[in-house]
Design a protein around this ligand. Structure first.
Ligand SMILES: Nc1ncnc2c1ncn2[C@@H]1O[C@H](COP(=O)(O)OP(=O)(O)OP(=O)(O)O)[C@@H](O)[C@H]1O
Ligand SMILES: Cc1ncsc1CCO
Ligand SMILES: [Mg+2]
Length: 262
């Protein structure tokens, strides 16, 4: 685990270009900014090449696309591959809505992501494994989550993060589990979207996507856990405010004190 990447991120202030969704775009922008990266968003395909050109990483969130945005997402994904920018995909609700699964599968035939970050329902759907996803949430199933994440990584030849109470990070061969976090992440819509964009920020400074992904998961989950440990009465509303504060102020030493991974 390369936790020192957090210090490098704060020095390098990488630009992360996000196609976000209208629900959580502010969380994504402010989460990246607080942590020490430089977010930029765009919904216009005409500026796609220039946007990818200035970006150090690209994160494509499939949370609320329109037909027109599918074209933009495809163009940006292909440009990221051509211009060798690290590419992260967040396949929101592909386990619950078949249209989204078809679109995601089509997009993944047109470009290659370095990392896919989703919850159990989303990763199972991309791996074609049966799971009862529930809307944007993970839902329920009785499969082996490590096997599901590895199957998805092998099928799509990329690093996969299956997030939840334990985050599973795998490139299909190597696998790490991050046990930090807090259930409060689940009561803030956008926690997952923030994590996906932060994975992009770490990929901008670490060429090994598996290393970048696991560090991003530990940093984000541990910071959320530290917020709750320092503020036992925190609840849905104040959690996001304190989380943004902590993304800015938490140090590598603070994270090392609670880090739980294997
Ligand atoms: N029960 C839990 N306990 C601890 N941490 C959790 C729990 N559930 C989720 N997390 C953490 O929340 C973050 C977001 O992951 P999650 O799997 O909830 O994303 P998601 O389902 O895509 O969320 P979103 O609602 O934003 O789409 C991760 O850092 C994960 O470790
Ligand atoms: C609630 C919701 N609906 C579409 S995207 C989104 C935010 C989680 O990504
Ligand atoms: Mg999500």
């Amino acid at each position: 685990m390369k936790l020192s990447l957090l210090n490098e991120l704060r020095v390098q202030n990488p630009i992360v270009f996000n196609i976000s969704n209208f629900v959580t775009v502010q969380d994504v922008a402010n989460g990246l900014n607080a942590l020490g990266a430089s977010p930029i968003m765009s919904e216009e395909v005409a500026e796609a090449a220039e946007m990818v050109g200035i970006a150090n990483a690209v994160c494509l969130n499939l949370g609320a696309f329109t037909e027109r945005q599918i074209e933009q997402i495809q163009t940006v994904g292909q440009l990221a591959n051509e211009q060798h920018r690290p590419l992260v995909i967040d396949p929101v609700a592909v386990g619950a809505v078949t249209y989204r699964k078809h679109v995601a599968n089509h997009l993944l035939e047109t470009f290659h992501p370095d990392v896919i970050r989703g919850n159990a329902g989303e990763i199972a759907a991309l791996a074609d494994i049966t799971w009862a996803a529930k809307g944007i949430d993970a839902g329920s199933g009785d499969g082996d989550l490590v096997a599901i994440a590895q199957a998805c990584a092998q099928k799509l030849s990329c690093t996969v993060i299956l997030s939840g109470p334990t985050d599973i990070i795998t490139d299909g061969t190597r696998t790490v589990k991050v046990m930090n976090g807090t259930p409060l992440f689940q009561v803030h819509v956008g926690s997952g979207d923030m994590l996906s964009s932060i994975v992009g920020a770490f990929c901008a400074i670490e060429p090994d996507a598996f290393e970048a992904a696991q560090t991003a998961c530990l940093v984000f989950a541990a910071i959320g856990q530290l917020v709750v440990e320092a503020n036992p009465d925190v609840a849905a509303g104040s959690f996001i405010v304190k989380l943004l504060d902590a993304l800015q102020t938490t140090t590598v030493t603070d994270i090392e004190a609670v880090a739980a991974f294997e």
